[in-house]
Write a new protein. Structure first.
Length: 229
């Protein structure tokens, strides 16, 4: 899921500088927004687990699915526009819209797994985020060179997953490959977030980029751990 997010990534050099903030504040806001995204997903998971919501969704599956996709795309567009025009309110509105709709969509996945599996996957994901986030800081030249490799690997994974889906086959080894690729994307996006000007609009943009990287790792680890329980 969400594996198309990096295929048409932002071109750092073409972005206007906008109003600069300190690098410390920039990183604090970026990290805070990533944590907020996960808090929203957790809250959505609580809502989607209630009987009333399950009944409602059961009666409006198509409308909910289409609405979630449309609103998520609208959120991404709003963040892109806000970043291009240096409008923080527009960026934050897009962030809120995307995080809420994507959080609801993703939270349904959690209902298929035990609390133990979710806890183990979350702990492993947190460790991966720390390690590869630090690597993005410490080895920027390495991650600057591997974008092409990561994008190529991502495209190959999408093709293979489509073929396997048509065949009705699921392979845990593919989940492991996805985890590895998105570990690389975590390092790359951390590197890229530090290469751009420290503006609040950039913090919002890269918070979503990193959130999607981490979610991909988390969901795939959850699938691996859940299958082994």
């Amino acid at each position: 899921m969400n594996e198309l997010e990096h295929i048409d990534g932002p071109i750092v050099a073409e972005r206007p500088a906008g109003r600069l903030v300190s690098r410390g504040l920039y990183n604090l806001v970026l990290t805070g927004l990533v944590l907020v995204s996960f808090a929203v997903m957790a809250a959505c998971s609580y809502v989607t687990s209630t009987a009333d919501f399950i009944i409602y969704i059961g009666n409006h599956v198509l409308a909910f699915t289409i609405g979630s996709v449309v609103l998520s795309i609208a959120g991404i567009i709003a963040m892109s526009v806000g970043r291009a025009k240096e409008s923080l309110p527009v960026s934050l509105a897009g962030f809120a819209l995307f995080t809420l709709t994507f959080g609801f969509s993703t939270s349904f996945i959690l209902s298929a797994y035990s609390l133990e599996a979710i806890s183990v996957a979350f702990g492993a994901t947190a460790g991966i985020m720390v390690v590869f986030g630090a690597a993005g800081f410490l080895f920027p030249r390495f991650f600057a060179k591997i974008q092409g490799v990561l994008v190529t690997a991502l495209l190959a994974i999408i093709v293979v997953e489509l073929v396997l889906a048509l065949m009705g086959v699921h392979q845990n080894i593919l989940d492991m490959v996805v985890v590895l690729v998105f570990c690389g994307f975590i390092g790359f996006d951390v590197y890229q977030s530090q290469a751009v000007a420290p503006t609040l609009n950039n913090a919002v943009w890269y918070a979503v980029e990193l959130y999607l990287d981490v979610i991909n790792v988390f969901v795939r680890l959850l699938a691996i751990i859940g299958d082994n329980k």
